[in-house]
Ligand binder design. Structure first.
Ligand code: NAP
Length: 493
């Protein structure tokens, strides 16, 4: 006898109420490690739901911006506490929905709580400046004001930490929010919203709308009440938002990457191979800062490729919920097709597939999106696998004859998010830092990973060239400056 477990249906949050979509339609979030496992059922929202969410956020703005900053901070602290109180449930749901290992999910949930606390504290320091004035009867100063309704649209690969690092600075500075998560990971997004709601956010301050971007994105990004859009996802979708938003809408886009790790002759090759594996295969290669190219000096090329392949082959692939697993499944069917198609492209281009790149379909892998981590050697800079974002566990290893050539190759793509170098030579480190076209530079560290209190973002097609996310600077995106000239009557007598 099979026991049917009831699948819970989750609602949108609009104006403080958990409500169905007016379409009355739902969609399922499924486990990429076992597609017969339905994680939850969510509202298939349509344009009218999105408009209702924006209107609720707009109506709540005047009240929320007047709430004392310390009260806004208190709500973020409380939400952080709630996320951590449910750490194990939240991490397990994240893994079931997205596929990453339980250890990675735990880390992500904890980091999201840390982000809420960080902005609860930093939000209290948002301040203007006083300016010297030639006129003693005029006091000149600036004040920072919230923008209004902020739309938050996020991807599935960091489905709670990316929303947290957008929603927390938006709320603490007095903005109201409409949040649309990726359709592959609505449950963990719901948990974040639930925590903030239970922590005491007034009605309408945070609204949550699930469902396909094809139905909801236009009203969420172009409604006249929306004053800012913060988006993380593919470069294609980001460009489409950029083209469609109003002139008066502030936009922050965090997009793709093709991140290089440069390995010099003097590097510790074992450590370099570990960094490549961590950056390229952890999270099944599905990190925007993931290492997708390794550029290695001629003299150590063969030795490095041998070490990298050995480490890649030793990785244990399986459900992120199972103990001892290093690499989970890809997040969805289109990710699987995409990765397999790039493996085929690499072979057609004449690169040498040293290991991996195969779909696993037997036994425990039968109903999941599993691919073995792939290493391509003999890759040249013009090949598509060296230029295009694959967003999966595929590393292209290229050759260089000098540091200068390695940097030219590293910079020779349309992206510029994160770049790393392995060397023990300080002068070469410095050259790399100065010449790398990327928003983040790492030295003897993986291309992945960033600190909550440090700015995050890229150059070229990886980000809009305006505001950084994360860290103190992120608060700038959510506030505008008003300059005040305060006339002071001269002292009589
Ligand atoms: P995606 O397909 O662009 O989707 C991201 C989000 O945007 C989802 O919520 C999606 O909704 C929505 N969306 C899709 N098309 C849209 C459109 N035309 N207008 C408005 N919203 C739209 O990206 P993904 O596959 O989830 O994520 C992978 C990509 O994100 C990679 O390129 C990766 O590099 C990038 N990424 C960048 C960063 C960074 O900080 N730079 C971090 C993580 C990921 P639906 O799910 O309903 O389609």
């Amino acid at each position: 006898m099979t026991v049917e477990t009831a699948v819970r249906t989750y609602m949108n949050l609009i104006n403080g109420e958990w409500v169905s979509s007016i379409s009355w339609l739902t969609f399922d979030s499924v486990n990429p490690a076992d597609t017969s496992d339905v994680v939850g059922r969510f509202q298939a929202s349509v344009a009218e739901d999105a408009v209702a969410a924006v209107e609720a956020a707009d109506a709540a703005f005047a009240g929320w911006k007047s709430v004392a900053p310390s009260r806004r901070a208190e709500i973020l602290y409380k939400a952080a506490e709630l996320l951590e109180a449910n750490l194990e449930r939240n991490a397990a749901e994240l893994t079931r929905e997205e596929g990453k290992t339980l250890a990675s999910s735990r880390m992500e949930v904890k980091r999201s709580a840390q982000t809420l606390r960080y902005y609860a504290s930093e939000g209290l320091n948002v301040a203007g400046e006083t300016l010297p004035s030639d006129d003693p009867t005029t006091f000149v100063y600036t004040k920072k004001e919230p923008l209004g309704v902020v739309t938050v649209i996020t991807p599935w690969n960091f489905p709670i930490s990316i929303p947290a690092r957008k929603i927390a600075p938006a709320l603490v500075t007095g903005n109201t929010v409409v949040f649309k998560p990726a359709s592959d990971t609505p449950l963990i997004a719901f948990r974040l919203v639930e925590a903030l709601h239970e922590a005491g956010l007034p009605a309408g301050v945070l609204n949550f709308v699930t469902g396909s971007a094809s139905k909801t994105a236009a009203p969420l990004t172009t409604h006249p009440a929306v004053k800012a859009v913060t988006f993380t996802g593919s470069t294609g979708a980001g460009e489409s938002i950029h083209r469609s938003v109003r002139l008066s809408t502030r936009v922050q886009l965090e997009l793709g990457g093709k991140n290089p790790l440069v390995v010099l002759e003097d590097a510790d090759l074992d450590h370099a191979a570990e960094l490549a594996v961590k950056g390229g295969f952890e999270l099944t290669g599905q990190a925007c800062t993931g290492t997708s190219r390794v550029i290695v000096m001629d003299a150590v090329y063969d030795a490095f490729v041998g070490k990298l392949a050995a480490k890649a082959k030793a990785l244990r692939i399986g459900s992120g919920l199972a103990a001892g697993v290093d690499v989970g499944p890809l997040a969805n069917a289109s990710q699987l097709d995409n990765v397999l198609s790039y493996v085929a492209i690499g072979l057609e281009e004449g690169a040498e597939l040293v290991c991996g790149g195969e779909r696993l379909t037997e036994g425990e892998y039968a109903s999941g999106y599993y691919v073995t981590p792939a290493v391509f050697a003999g890759v040249t800079p013009d090949m598509r696998i060296a230029q295009e974002e694959i967003f999966g566990p595929v590393i292209a290893v290229l050759r260089a004859g000098s540091l200068q050539e390695a940097v030219r190759i590293a910079n020779g793509v349309e992206y510029g998010l994160s770049a790393s170098i392995c060397t023990s030579d300080d002068t070469k480190m410095r050259y790399f830092v100065d010449h790398s076209e990327s928003g983040m530079v790492k030295i003897n560290r993986p291309t992945t990973g960033n600190a909550v209190n440090a700015p995050f973002g890229g150059v070229k097609m990886s980000s809009t060239a305006t505001y950084r996310e994360s860290g103190r600077g992120a608060l700038e995106f959510y506030t505008r400056v008003k300059t005040v000239y305060h006339g002071i009557a001269p002292l009589k007598g």
